[in-house]
Design a protein around this ligand. Sequence first.
Ligand code: ADP
Ligand code: ZN
Length: 721
Amino acid sequence: MNRVRILVLNAALGPLDYRVPEGMVVEYGSVVMAPLGPRQIIGIVWEKERLEAGDVPDSKLRPLLEALPVPPLQQPLRRLIEWTADYYCAALASVARMTLSSSAALKGGSTLTEYRLTGDLPQRMTPQRAAAIDSLAGEQATIRELADISGVSDGVLRGLVGAGVIEPVTVHLDRPYPAADPSFAIPKLSPDQNKAADCLVTAMRDGAFRPFLLDGVTGSGKTECYFEAIAEALKSKRQTLVMLPEIALTQNFLRRFEHRFGTPPVLWHSSLKQAERRRAWRAIASGEAQVVVGARSALFLPYADLGLIIVDEAHEVSFKQDEGVRYNARDVAVIRARFEGIPVVLASATPALESMQLADSGVYERIELPDRFGGASLPDISVINLCKEAPARGHWLAPRLVTEMEARLERGEQSLLFLNRRGYAPLTLCRHCGYRFQCPNCSAWLVEHRFSQRLACHHCSHELPVPDACPECATGDCLVACGPGVERIADEVAEVLPKARIALVTSDTLNTPDKVSAFVAAAEEGGIDVIVGTQLVTKGYHFPELTLVGVVDADLGLEGGDLRAGERTYQQIAQVAGRAGRGEKHGEVLIQTRHPEAAVITALAAGDRDAFYEAETRARRDAGAPPFGRWAAIIVSSENENEARDAARAIGGSRPAHPDIAILGPAPAPLALLRGRYRYRLLINARRSAQVQRVIRDWLGPLHFPRSIRVSVDIDPYSFV
Ligand code: ADP
Ligand code: ZN
């Protein structure tokens, strides 16, 4: 090749052509450095016929500067990048950037300089220096990362390097990862598990595209089953990608993996340090990383020889990315498996309706694990009607729930209370004048956090200390907290069960891997009597002494009326209920609600999953909602409200007329102000057969707006705010 087309990693530029200089060897997928004016840009050599670019005569072509020392992106990955950009109406460059997501890895060289404290103190101490030294104990990272950790500037840190307080350390980046051993600790599987595992192992051996729905009740041992498929991948020297919905779940997974295979897998997520990121990326691209476990960003990495993809807790909404490229990692995982020609396993106890439907229609092969492992039984679920069994005034736990918790405490067993609301109270107001604390940047109330004694917005970073007096009427001692968050529930537990040892589990309290490990260890050793937590405790954990689960407010998720509210409530409660009675002792679940007649609640109480899916299927079909119809959203935002509204109206004014597509709006989004931007929204509801993406592209393509306006397209949206 002496003339090549480059997909440039900058969405504003579009593809460009270059000449390959004498002596440089490139192929499709090669990552190259090219000149652009006085700058250097990174790009990927792409098939010419698949990308349109401007016509430049051979004589005007500039030569490429360098082929970077990384393996070329393989064809299946190039097709995946194209598919994702096309399906989600995103820029190719933005998708490709998710593949080349470690700039350090693209450069040659095998070392990186990190910095750490020497233990010496500076001769001249300033408050900033003291703060930096305080916060950097035990840390080792690049200057940039240390600046983020400590909150002081690069300059202050460089000053400390000069003063001998911080020293450079050379890190070797191509240290090999220890090898996982498929026979390290082979479990004895139950007959059901054996059948499931065999099925997956056979698919691995066949090495063709086969999508599976591993549909097993909580505690059935889904992980043990797909571990056998991983063992097969290890034996055949092919790579496995395991996707988990949240980093918080990885600690637990790493431990189980190490028990089974003798060494932890390679970890990938967005908050890895630069050195770890680079090392993992290169091992993935070289094929040395055998098993990669990560959040959704692990999906687009350039695996040298991917043989298997597992999506665990596949129903989780966090697989949907809601900024940048708005894609659903669960769905793209299946597409990647198709392009790679390999099996993919979606594992869940509460599959999404979309996945159920694909399994029902035979597109996915369903593997069922109907029973818990080791003879454990599913818990009994009953409902507390809050209208009849009201909690005491100013309290949130019904007497029956408290009585059951007392009984657990006496028997030395554990209880778990679930409320999906962080903080102490979701709203604070002034008793005197009615003033409510609202975020100045978002249409949202500020949430009180007693732990940190602050009022915080859960959408942006705005927060302030809880004031002594009302900012409006200046009355002192007049602020009241309205409604409960988990912190308030924990206070109530401390009041009614003064002897109980309580653990509060939220993203505020369990925000590092070490804290997660400490919590798990304490819970397993019986050092905790009552766990109070948000959705963070609903999945993954296995505590044999946990025999009671209380759902504090089952109605919370049903408010707001979004398309998936019923499904999400069902999944959350079924998952948290699944934490009860996983050992030898039987479990019990109490659901507090004001709407015991709601379809979700009756299905949960009757343990009748089919009834729930049937009712939900009917409702979705009637509404033309997924999987029977399709939704898309167009969100227009600007810091200027008029500008946002005018742009939304201009888009609305040029809406296409199409028999299979209904377009609603524009209207202010439910979150009309978010992080300082005013938001308007159009919703598109289409028949399955409609070419929604093409319609949207033809519609928005000719419209041009100033840079201050952002127009984003959300295909198959999960969030309707
Ligand atoms: P699920 O993911 O389906 O909820 P897990 O895979 O977490 O279930 O399994 C539940 C518990 O049972 C775990 O502690 C797991 O180690 C244990 N377990 C499952 N299958 C086996 C087996 N075949 N041998 C030993 N322990 C098992
Ligand atoms: Zn805010």
